[in-house]
Write a protein that binds this ligand. Structure first.
Ligand SMILES: [Zn+2]
Length: 344
């Protein structure tokens, strides 16, 4: 067994070396479960069977479990940016949330082109602290949400083809399993977005100029993720499920940005959460995030509202993916050919 002091040092070292986790597992589960509660009664019923519901809740934590192996640099490099977006960091790149490309690799190339053209705008990076080569990046959360949506829509497309054109029970069961998996994992990222500290470079205490005197505590992020809620009686799931607004079908009409409409929805959702960064710090400053203070009720309500709004956004994305998914025509043609051969 490791001596407790060494364990504590190891935990601290991990915490300071990497961006911390988002909502604790309990918060992420609550987002996915409130999203399920937001769905209309005509949504495919297999997702609400008790085992599926529990699996969707369990998968809310999956992308964070992928981060608990910090020595695996390829995964760290590819995955850690999926959990956040630092809105302040668009400006030095000469980019804006309204005009940035909705295509992940084009956006990435824009970052490196801007850094090469204007090195004076960017603080130097210590290679020792950048083994996974992510310090140049500013986060991919809107891209991750849009890509997750498209994977889910694809899965509904092939489910529809199997249902309409003679899929076997095993094929339909596999499609169901994939949809449950994709819904659950996607929920993690939408949930991350509603933790305002996932939209800012001040993700773990303020730094630099600090005109409002906000906290510089490097435990602030983990306190918001779950420490405060844990000390304030935890989450009342039934209450959150009652609060969540019914899921809405999101518009898929291409807007003035000419980008993928779901990418625009994801970006707008995250911009709205970014507006809560300073109010969140202000709550801390006013003592409303100290569980022992009676006024902490306001802090708790703020975080519960964030979880419920994530549930609504997630439910809306799931609903839209299901409704917008056309039957997979390639697969349907294959299935029809298979049917006609077996009929001979
Ligand atoms: Zn996360």
């Amino acid at each position: 067994m490791r001596p407790p002091a060494l364990l504590a040092i190891a935990v601290l070292a991990l915490a300071s070396a990497a961006r911390l986790l988002a909502w604790d597992y309990e918060g992420h589960r609550a987002v996915n479960l409130t999203a399920l509660a937001s769905l209309p009664t005509n949504f495919p019923a297999f997702v609400k069977a008790p085992a599926a519901r529990e699996r969707i809740a369990f998968l809310a934590g999956e992308p964070d479990r992928w981060r608990n192996v910090p020595q695996d640099l390829p995964l760290k490099h590819a995955g850690s940016g999926d959990h956040f977006i630092d809105f302040e960091d668009f400006a030095p790149l000469g980019l804006t949330p309204d005009t940035v490309s909705d295509l992940r690799y084009i956006f990435t190339s824009q970052i490196f082109l801007a850094r090469a053209a204007h090195p004076e705008r960017f603080p130097s990076i210590d290679p020792e602290k950048n083994k996974d080569r992510t310090r140049e990046l500013i986060g991919y959360l809107p891209w991750t949400i849009a890509e997750s949506y498209a994977r889910l829509k694809s899965a509904f497309s092939y489910l529809k083809a199997y249902e309409e054109a003679g899929g076997t029970p095993d094929e339909i069961a596999n499609a169901h399993a994939n949809i449950i998996y994709l819904m659950g994992v996607m929920g993690h990222y939408v949930g991350d977005g509603a933790q305002p500290l996932h939209t800012t470079k001040y993700y773990n205490g303020w730094f630099g100029e600090n005109p409002h005197g906000f906290t510089i505590d490097r435990k602030f992020h983990s306190w918001i993720d779950g420490g405060f809620l844990g000390k304030s009686g935890g989450l009342n799931l039934t209450q959150l499920e009652q609060q969540v607004k019914p899921a809405l079908r999101l518009s898929t009409v291409v807007g003035p940005t000419a980008r993928d409409p779901i990418f625009d929805h994801a970006m707008n959702y995250l911009v709205a959460q970014f507006a809560f960064v300073e109010p969140l710090y202000a709550l801390e400053k006013a003592g409303k995030l100290k569980s022992e203070n009676p006024e902490s009720k306001e802090g708790k309500t703020f975080l519960e509202t964030q979880i419920v709004s994530a549930g609504h956004m997630l439910g809306s994305l799931w609903l839209t993916a299901w409704q917008e998914a056309p039957p997979d025509t390639y697969l349907r043609a294959q299935l029809l050919t298979r049917q006609s051969k077996s009929a001979k």
